[in-house]
Design a binder for this molecule. Structure first.
Ligand SMILES: O=C(O)COP(=O)(O)O
Ligand SMILES: [Mg+2]
Length: 218
């Protein structure tokens, strides 16, 4: 049996459409033009402060200050209900079901704040699979600091660990935490996989249950 911790955005769920819509709503509210889907998706993975900083920078504004505070508050207020355009990736629900049936313990470690993370998991009927959910605001540090990932495994009671994520941040986190890492290649990564740390790669969640069996014993 393994203890498997998943990243959320770009790994279990394709949430970029909601994050794009919320970002453009926040920009519009502040009088700025919208950004493209690809632009906003490239900002996802390092938490909300980073995202909001990128939105401002893309519109020629400083990343910090009064405007940042306003957009950050507006984005945060909208984030809890930004769930309607989000879907689990193909095969995710079946993979979670199979992993649970096989007795593996499952958790989530995301840089999304924990309240919207829980909201979208509830909305998609996924919450029951996870014994622990840590967000970008659960601890004073977020990924790629290894602490949130290690704390998620600790909350799940230990066991043979595997981390599943999609991004450069996840790869760095796994490396820093010395946890076996499966890289999902269908998410929001910007770097070629050959240049990223990973112990295994997959592009189809049907492959994950088998992958986990051997990764857990690395
Ligand atoms: O909120 C983000 O920036 C991304 O969150 P993730 O860690 O689930 O990819
Ligand atoms: Mg991610």
């Amino acid at each position: 049996m393994a203890t498997i911790v998943f990243d959320l955005d770009g790994t279990l769920i394709d949430s970029a459409p909601d994050i794009h819509a919320a970002s453009n709503a926040v920009l519009a509210e502040a009088g700025f033009d919208p950004l493209t889907f690809d632009e906003v998706r490239s900002f996802v993975g390092k938490g909300v402060p980073h995202l909001v900083g990128c939105l401002l920078e893309a519109r020629g504004q400083p990343r910090e200050g009064e405007l940042f505070d306003r957009l950050y508050a507006d984005f945060t207020a909208r984030y809890h209900t930004a769930v309607t355009l989000t879907q689990p990736y193909l095969g995710v629900m079946d993979a979670l079901e199979m992993l649970r049936t096989r007795g593996h313990v499952l958790g989530v470690c995301t840089n999304k704040p924990v309240a919207p993370a829980r909201a979208v998991l509830d909305h998609l009927g996924m919450s029951d699979y996870f014994g622990a959910v840590l967000g970008g605001d659960s601890l004073p540090v977020r990924k790629p600091d290894p602490e949130p990932l290690l704390a998620t495994f600790a909350a799940l009671g230990g066991g043979q660990p595997v981390f599943v994520g999609d991004s450069e941040v996840d790869a760095q986190t796994a490396e820093a935490a010395r946890i076996p890492f499966a890289l999902y290649t269908g998410g929001y990564r910007k770097t070629p996989v050959t240049e990223m740390h990973h112990d295994a790669l997959f592009d189809d969640f049907d492959a994950l249950p088998e992958l986990v069996e051997w990764l857990a014993w690395l």
